[in-house]
Each structure stands twice: as structure tokens, then as C-alpha cells.
Design a protein around this ligand. Structure first.
Ligand code: VG1
Ligand code: CO
Length: 607
């Protein structure tokens, strides 16, 4: 984390050496730029140095550190979205911005005095300063202990695992997930509760309400801690332990999966590539796939977490993980390709020349999960977000277990998992997980796939074909229209919502609308209702289109359109989704008028 050139030897030769190193560095523009950025961001002021001395003297005199109350004013835009508060880094760099949100979280958390808090992040740019601030604030707010990931890094599922394992009251996860990172990109903060899962709506609403009236935040007056050395330190009266989350997470995985069977598969010549996308899962994948399972070194690519993800967009889909996709479609493709996102909760699964759509992956995992020791007793139920295809519903019906349909966002699965109603959950956006933690979990999904392939001894492609031949195939695609003018996107959705009552029975091209509604979720556990979760247009014959606006973007609006068409086992199972969904896409324009409202003639991303 260099911020300049250091030299100790105060002689002409010493200065000459330092100058030479400076010139050499200047000739590497990327490194030079990073050095400048870090240098400008570092706090070299006397205020900081002075505070360090003051706290050192206080600790020598065994005086408790001073809790400082900082006056502040509310920001109007701190409403958490689908998964926490996400904004541009520049927004988060405003004075008091992150502090206001974190204090609002702490003001809402009951029973925090003396409790343990987990703090982790995906390692993206701006992670470290916010973690240091959060630690100082946790101490001032009376927490007893903080568990923080080494280097400030912890994947989202690992944070969930650590919260549960050590009985923490909750955790702060600093991440904007699959959004790009860097000084001009995105940052985010989410809060997870003591079950290890994302705060449910009633808590995120309370946090938002608090951000609107907040007038002070509290911190202790102490310098930064060393995040890179494992072990314990104290901050104020609070203990801070820097932990290696990889070990705890890997241990949990060993309890769920048949590592022996996977090792035997690898010995038999099975090859895979894992793309860490320069994000958080690299260290987890190195440890589990290479060290513990025995895949050769080099199996994990882009395995070092970088602050800007090396310029990659860490969203594991076939568009942004194009390199992996191309290798898997190529001549000498390995047996299995996988990737995870910025914070490690999503997964991409590709067999040799066979991409598995996330909705299909959920169904295939549900149908085969009993082959893994952690699920040998079978599943209690399956849940999927509403826009996710109904492929898993057919598996649940065959297994004679309940199926739940929730709004988009992992927070809605928490109650079902806690109540023991479901074992496996999934979203079309490449998130799959189970009751082992309370988050979606990228590495978990990849290991479950490996476990199943090891037991079934078939290729991904053969497994998929067999699945469709038994359950039929739900052709599926998601079309994203990004950076739309917010007013235009809102107008599109409100016009569509107004038209809903009159749509049933109307014909668009060859398709007739059967039902049209705005999805509302009634939580069967706590009775809460979440309305306006997405418009559903269901056509005669079972095809479906869903439309909703994204709740994770940081500029303008993103319209997501989800297309689905079912083919029974005796139908056309080996077609391209784009061909099978062309009719639906056409009807869509007639019903919704995306071009008419936004001027866009085609989506920005199709996954
Ligand atoms: C998107 C996905 C949603 C997912 C959410 C968070 O939300 O559609 O399924 O839960 O991202 O995932 P939206 O509101 O933009 O559609 V992650 O990996 O970014 O925490
Ligand atoms: Co994520």
C-alpha cells in the first residue's frame, strides 16, 4: 500500500537510489497512478498524527479512550435497495456519509452492548477506510468485540458463516457485489442480522428511517488498527480480532460435501477452471479446490483480490466472464468451468460446451442434492425468487416437497430457512444457497456440482439432457436495459401497472395473455406483505414475461425483463433459448413498449 518513495540512507548515494526508483516507477503509468491515488487519499495531517500520540499516551496512563460525538446532518438518499446501500465511491467519500449509515444501523440494533459484531468486505476500493471507521464506531457504540477479516476481506457467505459460528449479533459487509470497483465505480454497505442473513425489510426500513433524522455519530479517538496481521488488539474497551475466514468456511464445506469422492474424480483426470474474477473468492478457491481437493495449481485463475478487480466487471455471467465462456466452448475445454462474483455469493456453471442457466442449475441441484452428505436426508423444501424460472417447481413436485416463490433478493429466504421450511434456495441472477448459511454462496454451489458429478460419473451436458428429458425444459433469458432515464423507466412501469386489469384475454401476435398482475409476497412465517415486486404477464400455454426495476444499480434505472417458455419432456429440448423466446420478445414490445418509452431497440445485456 505504498504512498511514496522511502529512503533511510541520508547520503548522495541514498538520494540517487531513491530518485532512480522514482523514475522507474514513473515509467509504469498504472503503478504511478495508483501511488498518486493512494498518496492523495492518505491522511498525513497533524490531526491524525496528534490523535495517534494522544491515544498512545492515554493507553500508557490506562485511561479509557475518549468517545467523540460528531455532529452530522442526514443524507436523503440512504435507502437500502435489493442488497444494502449501494452508491458510487465518490458518494461514499463525502464526509459523514458512511458514518451516518453505519450509525443508523447501530442505532437500530438492539442488545449491541457487549455483543460481537462481524465486519468484512469484498476488498474493493474504499474498503479499508470504511472498515477502520466502522471499528472505531463499534467501540464507541458499546460492542464488546469485533471479528474482522484479514485485510478487511471476507466473502459474503463466509461473513454469514462467521456470524453464525461465533454467535455474533450481526455483521457489516462492505460490498457492492457484482458491480465494478475502483475510485470511479461502486461501493456498498449491507447489514446482516444474527441468523447470518441480510436484514429483513422491517430492519432495512428502520435503518432508512433513522438515516433521515440522524444528527450525530460516535467514534472513539484512536488510530487505525493493522488489518493485515491475524490476532487480537483492543480499540477502546472493545476487543478486535483479525480472523482468517477461509479456514472456518472451508471447514464448513468439508462437513457438507464428499471431498473423497471429488478427489477420486480429479485423480481420474477431471479438469476444471475456476475464475475468481480478481475478487473475494480467490483465496477460498485456492484453499479448497487446489490445497484440499487436489486440483492442480493454475486451476484457479484471477485468484488474487484486487481493489478494482483488475478492471474486470466481477459479475459471473457469460457476457462478463467471456474468457471463461470461450475456453469452455473451445476445442480443448476442461470438464467444468465456474466463477463467482465480487463478494463470492454468486456462481456461474459451465460444462464442456454446455452453459447451465442459473434457474436450471437450481433445479438440477435440487434434484441431486441428496448425493452430498450434507443433504443425504433429502430436502425440506425449495424456494426461488419470483423471476426465477419454474424449473425447480417441477423438481419439488416430483420430490413431493413444498415450493416457495419470494420477491427478488436473498433477504426474503431468511424466514423460510430459519423456520426449517426450505433447504435450498435460488435466484435466476446466479445465486444459489442452502440452510448451511443465510446467504447465497458461490463456492458452495460449485462444490455441490462437483460432488454430484463425482457421484453420478457423468458430464454436465449429459446431466442436463437427462434432467430435461425427465422434467421438460424451461427456456429462459434475462434482458437488461441499463442506465435508463429514471423518469422514463418509472413511466414505463406505471403505464404497465395501470394497464394490468385490462390485459387478460388480449392477443399479441400469436400469444394470448392469460393473467397479468403485480407480484405481492405474503411471508408465511411472519405474515408480512411485500407488494409491487414485479409485473408478471402469463400467456396461454404457460410462457411468462416478468418486468421489474433493479434495486442494486448506482446510476439511472435498470429495467430487467425475464422471459420464460416451457417445453415438456416430449417437446423441443435442444434449441437455442434465443430462438425459443423470439415470439415472446416480440409480444413484449407490443404489450410494454420498451422502445416507445426509452428509445432503446435492444437490451444492453442478455444472460
Ligand atoms: C440483483 C439480482 C438479485 C440479487 C441482487 C443482489 O438485484 O437481480 O437476484 O439478489 O442483485 O445480488 P436487482 O435488484 O438489481 O435485480 V448480489 O450478488 O449483487 O448481492
Ligand atoms: Co454478490
Amino acid at each position: 500500500m505504498a504512498t511514496g518513495i522511502l529512503f533511510d540512507d541520508v547520503t548522495p548515494a541514498g538520494i540517487r537510489g531513491a530518485l532512480q526508483r522514482t523514475v522507474a516507477l514513473f515509467q509504469r503509468p498504472a503503478d504511478w497512478h495508483n501511488l498518486q491515488q493512494r498518496g492523495m487519499q492518505a491522511d498525513f495531517s497533524w490531526q491524525r498524527v496528534g490523535a495517534g500520540y494522544a491515544s498512545l499516551y492515554r493507553s500508557l496512563r490506562k485511561e479509557p479512550p475518549v468517545i467523540v460525538t460528531h455532529p452530522t446532518k442526514p443524507f436523503a438518499d440512504q435507502k437500502p435497495g435489493t442488497s444494502g446501500l449501494r452508491k458510487k465511491v465518490k458518494v461514499f467519500q463525502q464526509a459523514n456519509y458512511a458514518e451516518n449509515f453505519i450509525q443508523s444501523v447501530f442505532d437500530v440494533v438492539e442488545g449491541k452492548v457487549g455483543a460481537t459484531l462481524v465486519i468484512g468486505g469484498d476488498g474493493r476500493f474504499h474498503n479499508r477506510p470504511v472498515i477502520q471507521a466502522a471499528i472505531r464506531m463499534a467501540a464507541a457504540n458499546g460492542f464488546g468485540k469485533v471479528l474482522v477479516g484479514k485485510g478487511g476481506i471476507m466473502s459474503t457467505p463466509a461473513a454469514s458463516c462467521i456470524i453464525r459460528k461465533y454467535g455474533a449479533i450481526g455483521g457489516l459487509v462492505l460490498s457492492a457485489s457484482h458491480n465494478p470497483g475502483g475510485p470511479d465505480e461502486d461501493f456498498g454497505i449491507k447489514y446482516n442480522t444474527e441468523n447470518g442473513g441480510p436484514a429483513p425489510e422491517k430492519i432495512t426500513e428502520a435503518i432508512f428511517a433513522r438515516t433521515k433524522v440522524i444528527n450525530r455519530w460516535m467514534g472513539v479517538d484512536v488510530p487505525d488498527i493493522d488489518l493485515d496481521s491475524l490476532g487480537s488488539v483492543t480499540v477502546g474497551a472493545m476487543a478486535v480480532e483479525v480472523v482468517d475466514a477461509v479456514a472456518d468456511y472451508a471447514a464448513l464445506m468439508e462437513t457438507l460435501f464428499d471431498f473423497g469422492a471429488i478427489r477420486a474424480l480429479i485423480k481420474g483426470g477431471f479438469r476444471m477452471i475456476f475464475d475468481g474474477m480478481n475478487a473475494v473468492t480467490g483465496p477460498y478457491a485456492h484453499e479448497i479446490l487446489e490445497n484440499r481437493l487436489g486440483f492442480p495449481q493454475g486451476t484457479v485463475r484471477n485468484g488474487r483480490p484486487l481493489e478494482d478487480f483488475g478492471g474486470l466487471h466481477p459479475d459471473p455471467n457469460i457476457v462478463t466472464a467471456k474468457d471463461l465462456y470461450e475456453v469452455m466452448m473451445g476445442k480443448d475445454a476442461p470438464d467444468f468451468g465456474a466463477a463467482s462474483d465480487g463478494d463470492g455469493d454468486r456462481n456461474l456453471i459451465i460444462g464442456r460446451r454446455c452453459y447451465i442457466a442459473p434457474s436450471d442449475s437450481l433445479a438440477m441441484l435440487a434434484a441431486n442434492a441428496h448425493l452430498a452428505p450434507g443433504y443425504a436426508k433429502g430436502l425440506k423444501g425449495v424456494a426461488r425468487s419470483m423471476p426465477t424460472s419454474a424449473a425447480a417447481d417441477r423438481v419439488a413436485a416430483a420430490l413431493n416437497i413444498p415450493m416457495f416463490e419470494t420477491p427478488t433478493g436473498w433477504k426474503f429466504f431468511g424466514n423460510l430457512l430459519d423456520a426449517g421450511k426450505v433447504t435450498i434456495c435460488g435466484e435466476e441472477s446466479a445465486g444459489t444457497g442452502s440452510d448451511h448459511v443465510r446467504e447465497k454462496d458461490g463456492v458452495w454451489a460449485i462444490l455441490l456440482w462437483l460432488n454430484i458429478l463425482a457421484k453420478r460419473k457423468i458430464s454436465v451436458d449429459a446431466l442436463a439432457r437427462e434432467h430435461w428429458a425427465r422434467f421438460g425444459r424451461n427456456y429462459y433469458a434475462r434482458h437488461d436495459y441499463e442506465s435508463l432515464d429514471t423518469a422514463k423507466a418509472d413511466a414505463l412501469m406505471s403505464e404497465l401497472r395501470t394497464a394490468l386489469p385490462g390485459l387478460a384475454g388480449r392477443k399479441f401476435g400469436s400469444l394470448t395473455v392469460q393473467t397479468a398482475d403485480d407480484f405481492a409476497y405474503h411471508d408465511p412465517v411472519d405474515g408480512s406483505i411485500s407488494a409491487h415486486q414485479g409485473v408478471r404477464l402469463i400467456f396461454a400455454g404457460g410462457s411468462r414475461v416478468v418486468l421489474r426495476l433493479s434495486g442494486t444499480g448506482t446510476s439511472g434505472a435498470t429495467l430487467r425483463v425475464y422471459l420464460e417458455r416451457y417445453e415438456p419432456p416430449a417437446g423441443r429440448l435442444d434449441e437455442k433459448p434465443s430462438v425459443m423466446l423470439a415470439g415472446l420478445a416480440k409480444a413484449l414490445e407490443a404489450v410494454v413498449g420498451i422502445t416507445r418509452h426509452t428509445g432503446r431497440v435492444k437490451p444492453d445485456v442478455v444472460t
